[in-house]
Design a protein around this ligand. Structure first.
Ligand SMILES: NC(=O)c1ccc[n+]([C@@H]2O[C@H](COP(=O)([O-])OP(=O)(O)OC[C@H]3O[C@@H](n4cnc5c(N)ncnc54)[C@H](OP(=O)(O)O)[C@@H]3O)[C@@H](O)[C@H]2O)c1
Length: 323
């Protein structure tokens, strides 16, 4: 496992981290299987785990709490998130800060996360939605300062809304935010335009989330893939999105180097960017955990392939199904 600096926190985090959304609510989650995957990740040197209160109303946080207890000899960095008070994902420009993150809510949900994670201090507490219009409002700034002063949170981050990588730039200049979690993958390259250069200048860590475009960049989805109604992906991969996503992924298949699979190419593309501190594939199956964790071996994709993949940038804007 290779490690990277997590911005100005100075942490050394594994460049392959662990996304813990799927295990708390996506269909097909089995406790025995995801427990094995999590243990495997720790054994391979993965030390960065991303969860949220919103992943099963604290369930995923509790799983991480148990994992940290079980492996208490190892330094594991826990990143979680405060849900917006109105429980609406993503936020919209017309939402006021008081609807999403009043100080009392920031504090209340941090207390819940502390209990679920069974820790005295949360390594990284993130805002689960964000609007840059809130940058200068003291309401959230004071809560952040209070929680840090009390030693309940070490660092704060923002998880920016899907396909809105620049909806946080003013906030980053407040100096109160130490990391940004953003969708960055072979399709979603827009963070390279403004977000990454600003983060590099300010020494803010980048967590590259959704490395497989929610599954498309594994190359395993087809136009006939159906998700159960209870699985959020049934509302995301509506025919319009599923069909075009599969078409875009199919165009990548001829580019995959011999002996490689699409998920490996997708992760190596992300790790090629020096602004990225860690990427957090969602994984529950042991074979997925094994494959993804073994990608961190210091080897790089060829510059020609990177150039070719840059041409597969796919800029999208939020829609009613994008969430
Ligand atoms: N708003 C936010 O803050 C936000 C939103 C979305 C995601 N996130 C974070 O980002 C993490 C990653 O995103 P995500 O989980 O939504 O999507 P993702 O990582 O793009 O894709 C996850 C899917 O890829 C599959 N997969 C993983 N490795 C694979 C492999 N080697 N071969 C084939 N399939 C593979 C997983 O299967 P299995 O699960 O069955 O193993 C799962 O179905 C989340 O878990 C969460 O921590 C945050």
């Amino acid at each position: 496992m290779e490690y990277r600096r997590f911005g100005r926190t100075g942490w050394q985090v594994s460049e392959i981290g662990y996304g813990m959304w799927g295990l708390a609510g996506w269909s097909g989650s089995e406790e025995q299987e995801y427990d094995k995957s999590l243990d495997h990740a720790v054994a391979q040197g993965c030390n960065f785990f991303d969860t949220a209160w919103g992943y099963g109303e604290g369930f995923s946080e509790q799983v991480l709490g148990k994992l940290m207890k079980k492996h208490n000899a190892k330094r594991i960095y826990a990143a979680t998130k405060i849900p917006p008070k109105n429980f609406k994902w993503p936020s919209r420009p017309e939402y006021k800060l008081e609807e999403c993150f009043p100080a009392s809510h920031i504090i209340e949900y941090t207390e819940k996360s502390l209990k679920n994670l069974q820790v005295e201090c949360i390594d990284l507490q993130q805002f689960h939605v964000w609007e840059d219009a809130w940058a200068q409002q003291e309401e959230w700034q004071k809560a952040v300062e209070k929680l840090k002063k009390e030693g309940k949170v070490a660092h704060f981050g923002i998880s920016v809304n899907r396909w809105e990588p620049e909806n946080c730039l003013k906030t980053l200049k407040t100096g109160l935010i130490d990391s940004v979690q953003v969708i960055y993958n072979i399709f979603d390259q827009a963070p390279e335009d403004k977000l990454f250069p600003l983060c590099q200048k300010l020494d803010i860590a980048i967590i590259a989330r959704v490395p497989f475009d929610e599954g498309t960049l594994t190359g395993k989805l087809t136009k006939d893939t159906v998700f159960p109604a209870s699985d959020w992906r049934s509302t995301y991969f509506v025919p319009e999105n599923l069909n075009s996503s599969v078409e875009h992924a199919d165009l990548l298949k001829p580019l995959i180097p011999a002996g490689m699979e699409m998920p490996e190419m997708a992760l190596r593309f992300i790790l090629n960017h020096p602004a990225v501190s860690t990427t957090i594939p969602g994984m529950r199956k042991i074979n997925h955990a094994q494959a993804n964790l073994s990608v961190s071996d210091g080897k790089k994709l060829s510059p020609d392939l990177i150039k070719e993949l840059k041409g597969h940038r796919w800029d999208r804007t939020p829609t009613e199904w994008s969430q």
